[in-house]
Design a protein around this ligand. Structure first.
Ligand SMILES: NC(=O)c1ccc[n+]([C@@H]2O[C@H](COP(=O)([O-])OP(=O)(O)OC[C@H]3O[C@@H](n4cnc5c(N)ncnc54)[C@H](O)[C@@H]3O)[C@@H](O)[C@H]2O)c1
Length: 307
């Protein structure tokens, strides 16, 4: 076992005034990073603001011998995102790591969507992640190094009843992280998603009290993905209660129609199309299209050879 050091690096953790974000901020600081602890300190639905939350976590970090600064700008606007990144650079001198963790909940099923709530949830989760990531990405691109960790959710990966806004925002976050990963690779910037499962005010009513789902179980993965040692990018992880695993979107080998297909032929080959027995995990849309081009070329040369 070896320690991961973030000595000399600067991390921004959004929504770090409590819950999982607080745990990430403490763990990153314990590993040696200087941390900008961002939080508006609102209620679970994003209303109100107890601006002391970010300061309290900074006090905890300082009491443990770490280095941190508090920030109370909202991730929900482009100006807020710019201000958060500018604050980290001005007060802590740089920005190497961004953990896009801030979040709110306003759950509604599809039939009962309230468009103001839908927008607020997207503003904090999806747009909020982009608002902070764009200025941070520009800064990291200049220096040729950076690590992003986006916080997703199993509601986004696998779906959850009654969370239309939240799950769709988290789904968008997975895609956004993928684009940051693809565009960042040549600049030394890596980006991954972590979908946590932990007991916080967001999940307290949904989880079995008997389970040890302390947020601290998730933080080691955040620290690892934030480090120089990590080389993984464009990936999605699940973490909770001491269990860590990868989540991925795969493309089944499926069925290739040698002749122009019909709906009836689709029905006959449907089991082949959906079978997960053999699959690939394309690294980008271009990789999927390249694989398809190869498959079409193979089929064309086969049918020409048969002629
Ligand atoms: N707890 C879980 O099991 C779980 C599961 C999946 C995903 N998540 C995600 O993890 C993240 C943290 O959630 P949590 O469970 O710790 O809940 P939490 O409510 O304790 O943490 C969210 C934090 O974000 C802050 N915040 C809200 N709006 C903000 C804004 N506009 N700008 C800056 N900060 C803002 C809140 O004040 C709060 O401190 C969220 O993105 C959540 O969706 C949590």
């Amino acid at each position: 076992m070896h320690d991961i050091s973030l000595q000399g690096q600067v991390a921004v953790v959004t929504g770090a005034g409590g819950g999982l974000g607080r745990s990430y901020a403490l763990a990153l600081a314990d590993a040696g990073a200087a941390v900008l602890v961002n939080d508006t300190g609102g209620a679970l639905d994003g209303q109100g603001g107890e601006r002391g939350a970010a300061h309290a976590v900074v006090d905890e970090i300082v009491a443990r011998g770490g280095h941190a600064a508090a920030n109370t700008d909202s991730v929900a606007t482009p100006e807020g995102g710019e201000a958060i990144v500018a604050h980290a650079i001005a007060e802590l001198g740089d920005i190497d790591i961004v953990v896009n963790n801030a979040g709110i909940l306003r759950d509604r099923s599809v039939g009962k969507i309230d468009w103001n709530d839908f927008q607020s949830v997207h503003d904090v989760h999806l747009r909020g992640s982009a608002h902070v990531s764009q200025p941070a990405f520009r800064h990291m691109r200049e220096k040729g190094y950076g690590r992003f960790v986006f916080i997703g959710s199993n509601a986004g990966t696998f779906g959850n009843f009654g969370q239309a806004a939240y799950a769709s925002a988290k789904g968008g976050i997975m895609s956004l992280s993928g684009i940051v990963a693809i565009e960042g690779e040549r600049h030394g910037i890596l980006s991954n998603v972590v979908c946590p499962i932990a007991r916080t005010r967001m999940t307290d009513s949904m989880l079995d009290d008997a389970l040890d789902l302390d947020p601290d179980h998730v933080s080691p993965l955040i620290v690892y993905l934030s480090s120089r040692e990590n080389t993984a990018t464009h990936q999605i992880f699940s973490a909770g209660g001491g269990h860590f695993s990868r989540v991925f979107l795969g493309l089944t080998d499926g069925w290739f129609a040698d002749e122009k297909s019909t709906a009836g032929a689709i029905a006959e080959h449907f089991d082949d199309i959906v079978s997960t027995g053999h699959f690939s995990v394309p690294g980008s849309a271009a990789e999927e299209v390249a694989a398809l081009a190869a498959r079409i070329a193979e089929s064309t040369s086969g049918s020409e050879a048969r002629r």
